[in-house]
Design a protein around this ligand. Structure first.
Ligand code: UDP
Ligand code: MG
Length: 313
């Protein structure tokens, strides 16, 4: 039997905590009774600098029942940072960790399957939404556009998977080697490797409170996702520069032909060719510089170059 920890970031979730803790207590109790997880298993709430009574509630839950633990962050750091803080804090004590949201939009009955897949030898189990019926038209389509764009940019993400997933102890250990500060966990986890699988579920509506992900945060998150994983936007300008420089050569030929045929007024030829040639050359140069900045950027992340799966000795 192994120990399971649930890690739940909470930001202004006082309205949902009672219900959430109740349902999770029942769920964890069942798993413990069925001898699927040990009695040391815990539910860890990470308070992400909430402005309401979230932390007071967590403290109370912890005092009443040792199943519940709490981590209090010094200030609001955002969902991804709060989640990582939770994962890194519990990684020594847990054999497997499941991350989920406080609003229980993700079906908690899938936890059984997560645990079963873990015992089947998977280090990473991704929760994947089977449909987006509950979403608004806007959220559904913006999400679809987001996944397409990520794919075009060469970022490997699991389609329709958010942050509902199980990670084994060694997957967490590997994740701790990623030193980057711009966190986009659903892009980082596939880079870990190890054997993984997916489990699908229906995502429900939030039962209380409102979404802490307004459009502004969603866009910032998508932008982070692309710029933290891809240098394609920089490379685009390199190719644009090369293309325009090529155009400038055509323009030069055109300008010279016009000049010799007497179709051009004085000075036009030199002005027009220099505008094109310089513009193209500038973009090209920026692109080259960008390539190096891209390299520096990737290096400055200090990501592990490899992760050892087995060690035979
Ligand atoms: N959250 C957080 N810090 C933030 C924003 C959100 O810890 O700055 C938590 C929030 O409490 C919830 C989870 O992240 O547990 C997902 O947020 P939410 O349910 O509002 O997002 P949505 O489901 O609407 O995308
Ligand atoms: Mg939610």
């Amino acid at each position: 039997m192994e120990t399971l920890y649930l890690v739940i970031p909470c930001y202004n979730e006082e309205l949902v905590l009672d219900e959430t803790s109740h349902r999770l207590q029942v769920k964890m109790g069942q798993l413990i009774d069925q001898k699927k997880i040990t009695k040391d298993s815990k539910v860890v709430f990470v308070n992400d600098g909430s402005k309401d009574k979230t932390w007071e509630k967590i403290v109370k839950l912890h005092e009443e029942n040792s199943l519940f633990a709490g981590i209090n962050l010094s200030r609001n750091r955002g969902h991804q940072n709060a989640l990582l803080a939770g994962l890194m804090t519990v990684k020594e004590d847990a054999d497997m960790v499941i991350s989920m949201d406080a609003d229980l939009q993700d079906d908690i009955d899938v936890i059984d399957q997560f645990v079963a897949e873990y015992y089947n030898g998977n280090d990473v189990v991704y929760g994947v939404r089977s449909s987006r019926k509950q979403d608004t038209f806007f959220k559904r389509n913006s999400a679809l556009a987001f996944y397409r764009l990520m794919e075009k940019m060469g970022v490997q993400v699991v389609y329709n998977h958010a942050d509902y997933r199980l990670l084994s102890k060694r997957a967490l250990q590997a994740l701790s080697e990623f030193k980057e500060v711009n966190l986009f966990l659903r892009g980082m986890v596939p880079l870990i490797g190890f054997s993984s699988t997916t489990v699908s579920y229906e995502r429900k509506e939030r039962f209380a409170g409102e979404s802490k992900y307004p459009l502004k945060k969603m866009l910032a998150f998508a932008f982070d996702g692309i710029t933290s994983f891809s240098i394609k936007p920089i490379r685009f300008f390199l190719f644009l520069g090369i293309f325009i420089f090529f155009c400038s050569i055509c323009m030069l030929i055109y300008a010279l032909v016009s000049y010799f045929r007497g179709n051009a007024i004085w000075g036009w030829t030199s002005v027009i060719t220099s505008i094109w040639a310089l513009g193209g050359l500038q973009l090209f140069a920026i692109g080259v510089i960008g390539e190096y900045i891209g390299k520096v950027y990737m290096e400055s992340k200090g990501r592990p170059r490899y992760i050892i799966e087995t060690y035979l000795k």
